[in-house]
Design a protein around this ligand. Structure first.
Ligand SMILES: Nc1nc2c(ncn2[C@@H]2O[C@H](COP(=O)(O)OP(=O)(O)O)[C@@H](O)[C@H]2O)c(=O)[nH]1
Ligand SMILES: [Mg+2]
Length: 372
């Protein structure tokens, strides 16, 4: 089949023994990748922090260590000299080298963990509210990610240099919000990859909100098991303080009655259940309003200030930073009503005072107006 398809690699969904990989490679002349290597590669692509990268390297070396004897034996059989580049190593020499690598990485990890907190604080300094999409592979995270961030959002260019490919900006009612697509949970995660998975997930999960994406078209038992596994893991890596919305995705695949009954039973695990279809963009507005309500609570205010060159340039600043509902021009004064995040409203209050105007809070904790 591989030669018929012109395949360059064969990927197995199971873990293979070194001998099996060797024999399959010999038989087909192709690169053989098993479950362990595939998962490792996915993590590697996702890892951007030093810690996550080291954890992955560690997992790779530990795998080498566990299979060293077998590899050397195969290399010595000599049919394929230098198979995996090991031909000239003796078992003990090789094992020693690998062991030294493992302990050197462990040392580095200890040092890296100390700087972890600093790293997190720096991330927060970007200043925008952040959302992480977590959940099992195939639940629809990337589809939702695309649906949320698909439109072009104009934003300061310099921001992009600090963003990875899996973080993008979305526009929530005029406010920029960062969305991160995280590495997916999988069943039968090889034990040796647990740490690598956690640190890859960990770096992306420190957000103001986590959207836990669940494939609600699966059987109830699967949904419940996966949801529990995600929630437990998130708790264990310390994301407990972050609010979690459980997004029940793929509602297009089930009947209303089915959905109702699943929601009823899932309430005991999560109080924030939001049914959507990411693919068919159903209920995305509802999701966005709930996100906005949490991330960008607005206060509604109005100001009056004397018309001057200064106040007009201040008005354009207000346009850039708040949702302006109405501007009314009098002979000498102008009146602006707007909603804005509390910090912005405070800045406006100060600005207006300096310009000799007046500021009034109309209402607090307002949902942002839906613009569209
Ligand atoms: N029917 C249906 N399929 C969906 C929906 N959202 C995602 N999918 C499909 O589910 C599969 C996995 O989606 P993906 O976004 O790659 O999942 P991820 O692994 O969590 O990133 C893809 O084939 C999607 O087209 C949905 O709302 N309805
Ligand atoms: Mg994905």
């Amino acid at each position: 089949m591989a030669s018929e398809l012109g395949a360059e690699k064969i990927i197995f969904g199971e873990e293979l023994k070194v001998t099996q990989i060797y024999n399959l490679a010999k038989l087909t002349g192709l690169e053989i990748i098993d479950r362990f290597q595939l998962i490792l590669e996915i993590f590697q692509r996702r890892a951007s922090t030093k810690e996550a990268k080291l954890q992955i390297e560690l997992a790779r070396w530990r795998y080498e260590l566990a299979h060293a004897r077998e590899k050397v034996r195969l290399a010595k059989m000599g049919e394929q000299p230098g198979f995996m580049g090991l031909g000239k190593y003796e078992v003990d020499v090789y094992r020693e080298t690998v062991k030294r690598q493992v302990s050197s990485i462990q040392e580095k990890l200890k040092r890296v963990r100390k700087t972890r907190e600093l790293h997190r604080r720096r991330r927060r300094k970007i200043g925008f509210p952040t959302v992480s999409l977590a959940g099992y592979t195939n639940s629809g995270k990337s589809t939702l990610f695309k649906a949320l961030t698909g439109e072009n959002v104009p934003i300061d260019r310099s921001l992009f240099t600090t963003l990875s490919t899996t973080t993008r900006v979305t526009n929530l009612f005029g406010e920029p919000v960062l969305v991160t697509d995280t590495v997916g949970f999988i069943d039968r995660l090889p034990l040796t990859l647990v740490e690598a998975f956690r640190s890859t997930l960990e770096e992306t999960i420190f957000a103001d909100l986590i959207l836990l994406v669940v494939d609600v078209s699966e059987s109830f038992d699967d949904i419940e098991r996966k949801m529990k596994c995600c929630l437990d893991t998130l708790r264990e890596i310390g994301a407990l303080g972050v609010p979690i919305f459980t997004v029940l995705n793929k509602i297009d695949l089930l009947s209303d009655e089915e959905l109702e009954s699943k929601i009823r039973k899932l309430r005991k695990h999560s109080s924030n259940l939001i049914p959507i279809s990411a693919l068919y963009r159903r209920n995305l507005d509802m999701l966005k309003v709930k996100m906005a309500n949490l991330l960008i609570k607005h206060v509604k205010s109005s100001i009056i200030m004397p018309i001057s060159e200064e106040s007009l340039s201040f008005l354009s600043w207000i346009y850039d930073h708040a949702n302006v509902f109405k501007v009314a021009y009098g002979k000498k004064h102008l009146k602006v009503s707007f909603s804005a995040r509390p910090v912005i409203a405070e800045k406006i209050r100060h600005g207006v005072k300096n310009l000799g105007g007046a500021f009034k809070y109309e209402a607090r904790d307002l949902y942002p107006q839906i613009k569209s």
